[in-house]
Design a protein around this ligand. Structure first.
Ligand SMILES: *Cc1c(COP(=O)(O)O)cnc(C)c1O
Length: 463
């Protein structure tokens, strides 16, 4: 007779069995009970749904082993590595930039030992945590001074609070952006205690619009890089240099929220719309802010660079203490920035830039190799196809990167179910669905990760 709902054992009955009771001691009563509820719950759902069930022998060692596996699965780290096969280089939900080995090593060395975070080794007196990255940022951007905070959102908030709190900020209607995660510039300006004075229109803002809006209480002209959308056609915005001149004449400061902010010119790689930080400062912008973990390729951080007197104001602001970076971030950022100095080549050594600049033929080789290995797995029909990859992270919205992907379908499994199975692999694999097939983009996958993808498919196909 097939098993019925009333044949399911009580959780307490199972807990009292010797092989299971051992587990309550080795792990905990709570974890064992949770695992049992999950297993029994799955059986109940299967019975209710009229699906075929493999009825376990609840008193067997095999069942105890199943419970053990469930407990161990529940103990797996929550935050762990995954394989980014989405083709989005800087994927915010997947932790953005993959860091260089030098940055990882720097974090490890200051994590496991004491460090001179705020200690001046030459005088033996208190030092500044800002000193470790400031000189490098200045060297690489031409800024007079720089400071690092938790992220770019914090950088914008702190900059506005310190320079415009209680006064007004002039910004173009075409640049009042939302970054995502409810970071909306007008709200951030309000939070900073400043008043927003909007000028121009969505598509056109002229220098005279800014000039006419400056009042005695105006402290800041704010420019923002419209990094995740583009207005095309009948548009106009004043040149940075002219805005900077206006700001200087009227004794207000010009601040630019760059978002990504690159230190090297990426136009040779077909990416023409990311302004280089040094060029922006050369145009006379007083303060720029950009993220550490977007195209810079380092840890999560917000870098603020510019005029010495303005940066000094930020460093002295009471909010600085709440927004400052920790030693791991500062160590990783310093190590990443060092890769931008000769004899290093950031396009090869900073992983985000290496992914971005990898020749298409090399991406194709990786796709061909993976497809060949996957073709030996039963019921799988891998194919390679040319795709478009994206920088992501709110950068370069319109420009895609040529790429290659391996597309797969598994007999008897929907693309959604295959995506789910790939996410539950030992190392989760995150791809995307296109035309009813699962696509694994190879521009964002490393050579050393393809073996893990093969292992995931082998397991799925055998299940
Ligand atoms: C991404 C972005 C931010 C926010 O940066 P975080 O480092 O995520 O805080 C702010 N402004 C612009 C223009 C951005 O693109």
């Amino acid at each position: 007779m097939p098993p019925r709902l009333q044949d399911l054992p009580q959780i307490q009955t199972l807990l009292d069995q010797p092989a299971i009771a051992v587990l309550t001691e080795r792990y905990s009563h709570e974890e064992t009970a949770v695992a049992l509820r999950l297993i029994v719950g799955a059986l109940r759902d299967a019975l209710r749904g009229g699906r075929e069930v493999v009825w376990p022998d609840f008193e067997s060692m095999a069942f105890a082993a199943e419970v053990t596996a469930k407990i161990e699965a529940g103990r797996a780290p929550s935050l762990r590595p995954v394989i980014n096969a989405t083709g989005i280089l800087i994927h915010t939900n997947l932790g953005r930039a993959r860091m260089a080995p030098q940055a990882v090593a720097a974090m490890q060395s200051v994590a496991e030992a004491a460090g001179n975070l705020e200690f001046d080794l030459s005088t033996g007196k208190r030092g500044s945590r800002h000193s470790h990255t400031e000189r490098l940022i200045c060297e690489l951007t031409g800024a007079e001074a720089a400071v690092v905070v938790n992220n770019c959102a914090a950088a914008v908030l702190l900059s506005l609070m310190a320079t415009a709190g209680g006064r007004s900020v002039v910004a173009s209607r075409g640049e009042l952006i939302e970054i995502g995660g409810s970071f909306r510039l007008p709200d951030v300006i309000a939070q900073s205690g400043a008043t927003l004075r909007e000028v121009g229109t969505t598509n056109k803002t002229r220098l005279s619009d800014y000039a006419d809006a400056i009042e005695p209480d105006t402290a800041v002209l704010l420019k923002s890089h419209t990094s995740n959308f583009r207005i095309v056609g009948f548009t106009a915005a004043p040149a940075r240099r002219d805005l900077a001149k206006l700001a200087a004449e009227r004794n207000v400061i010009l601040i630019e929220d760059l978002g990504s902010g690159v230190l090297v010119d990426l136009s040779p790689f077909g990416l023409r719309d990311e302004p280089v930080v040094a060029d922006i400062l050369k145009d006379g912008v007083d303060l720029v802010m950009f993220s550490g973990d977007k195209l810079l390729g380092g840890p999560q951080a917000g870098i603020i660079a510019g005029r010495r007197d303005v940066v000094a104001q930020l460093k002295a602001h009471p909010l600085m203490r709440a927004l400052r970076s920790d030693k791991l971030t500062l160590a990783a950022l310093e190590a990443t920035l060092r890769l931008y100095r000769a004899p290093h080549n950031p396009m090869k050594e900073v992983p985000v830039l290496a992914m971005l600049s990898e020749p298409l033929a090399s991406v194709q080789d990786r796709a061909d190799k993976l497809a060949r290995e996957l073709s030996t797995i039963a019921n799988l029909d891998p194919e390679t196809e040319q795709t478009a990859a994206y920088v992501g992270g709110g950068s370069l919205p319109q420009q895609d990167l040529d790429s290659f992907a391996v597309s797969v379908a598994l007999d008897g499994m929907s693309p959604d179910d295959l995506m789910t199975a790939l996410r539950s692999a030992a190392t989760p694999v995150i791809g995307r669905i296109e035309r009813n097939r699962v696509l694994l983009d190879m521009r964002t996958v490393q050579d050393c990760e393809t073996a893990l993808i093969v292992a995931a498919f082998t397991q799925i196909s055998a299940a």
